[in-house]
Design a protein around this ligand. Structure first.
Ligand code: HGY
Ligand code: MN
Ligand code: MN
Length: 413
């Protein structure tokens, strides 16, 4: 696969040469930071050694092309241009068992487009790698704080599942200087991402132009009973936290159904049992409850059902119930103007092989939309797999996505 030339649509920057070899080489280089498992998996959770090393590498790439690398207090890394203009990017942290493209594709495609644009003389494009999009401390944490969705002080004591607090993780940024990055310097945000679902893979379409990003709700709950001997404690006297969890999970599987439509999702993805020993009646069960939909009424109805079932089962079993703060993101429509640019660009690059579609995953664009017009495009995920070491996309499809992104930038500029 070799270079191809991409023409800007304005006389000022006659030709932009995207280099697909360079783009793919950078993607594979980023994958090395936290490379794990078989194939192309990564473990690059927010503020880990691998994550910080990857950010330092990205900062060097940004400086190399004349951008000013700048961290903010949440560890978001920006590559700032001399002139106002579009912001391109995504995130470079990963899930605990993640794929090589989730977030990374958006950052590296942005790097290639900005680099090629600067080589053609355009100094208006900036790029960003947001921090903690994967919610190790707070879902979409970096872009949430940057966009003013919450104050840093509200989440600084949040703990990762290993107990580390965000404030202690952020301390690992030192001695890197941090600064406030003003959204006013940007005119809009474009994010390329893998679909992370089956739609493009099954349809054979090459590009998804996102119409809207779903709404998101998450609660963390803990049921506390009585830890005791598994042999001598009669069943009738037990206050077993795991049995309480099992009852909650079983009831929600039934009672949420009538509230959901085919696109609604509900996930219990995290469960920890204490003390987690075969001969001890478990005293504590902590778990996550996460649900997503495009309709806020439906999200609210599901929340009411979840809270009711938690209360019912805790009191029926004499268990203490602690429920953490609700994490929420409202459904976000894409900016009409930028969305139209992406559709025009997709039709130019892959005529008839693209579709407009909603995003079932949440993305940094959900937060950035508080401050800027945003739009997103997807490339296919093989087998619809993501948040797994096996996540992958054909390199030819990655390059098509890069072309569409560059085309949209050319149309915008
Ligand atoms: O969960 C999400 O949708 C995103 O991949 N963090
Ligand atoms: Mn992502
Ligand atoms: Mn993800």
């Amino acid at each position: 696969m070799g270079r191809f030339v991409y023409a800007y649509f304005n006389a000022e920057f006659p030709n932009m040469t995207l280099n697909s070899d360079r783009f793919l080489a950078d993607l594979h280089r980023l994958r090395q930071f936290g490379a794990a498992g078989v194939g192309k998996g990564v473990q690059r959770v927010a503020f880990s050694d691998a994550d910080l090393a990857a950010r330092d590498w990205l900062a060097e790439r940004m400086a190399e092309i004349g951008l000013r690398p700048a961290f903010d207090a949440m560890g978001n890394l920006f590559g700032l241009s001399e002139e106002p203009g579009l912001l391109l990017g995504s995130h470079s942290d990963s899930q605990p068992e993640g794929g090589w493209l989730d977030g990374a594709l958006g950052v590296i495609s942005a790097l290639e487009v900005v680099r090629a644009a600067r080589e053609a003389g355009d100094r208006s494009l900036s790029l960003v790698s947001f921090q903690d999009e994967e919610g190790r401390y707070a879902s979409l944490g970096g872009s949430r704080i940057w966009s003013g969705g919450q104050d840093l002080a509200e989440i600084d004591d949040n703990q990762a599942t290993d107990g580390q607090r965000l404030r202690d993780a952020r301390a690992r940024l030192a001695p890197r200087p941090v600064e406030v990055i003003d959204a006013a310097r940007f005119t809009g945000f474009l994010e390329m991402h893998i679909e992370q679902g089956p739609v493009l893979d099954q349809s054979g379409d090459k590009i998804g132009v996102v119409t809207a990003i779903v709404g998101f709700r998450e609660l963390r709950a803990t049921l506390t009973g009585q830890q005791n001997h598994a042999g001598t404690t009669p069943m009738a006297l037990r206050r077993d936290a795991v049995q309480g969890f099992v009852a909650v999970a079983a009831r929600l599987a039934e009672e949420l159904k009538p509230l959901m439509d085919p696109a609604t999702v509900f996930t219990i993805g995290h469960l920890s049992v204490a003390p987690n020993a075969a001969s001890i009646v478990p005293g504590r069960a902590s778990f996550s409850l996460q649900w997503r939909d495009a309709d806020v009424q439906r999200l609210a109805a599901m929340e009411a059902c979840i809270r009711r079932v938690l209360d019912d089962e805790a009191s029926a079993r004499g268990l203490e119930l602690d429920v953490g703060p609700l994490e929420s993101l409202e459904p976000v429509p894409m900016d009409d103007g930028l969305h139209a640019l992406l559709k025009t660009a997709a039709e130019a690059v892959v005529p008839g092989q693209w579709r407009a579609m909603p995003s079932g995953a949440i993305h940094d664009a959900s937060n950035v939309a508080r401050r800027l017009p945003v739009a997103m495009l997807f490339v296919p995920s093989i087998g619809g797999i993501s948040h797994d070491f096996a996540e992958d996309t054909d390199e030819a499809d990655l390059v098509l996505g890069l072309q569409v992104l560059a085309k949209a930038v050319a149309l915008k500029n």
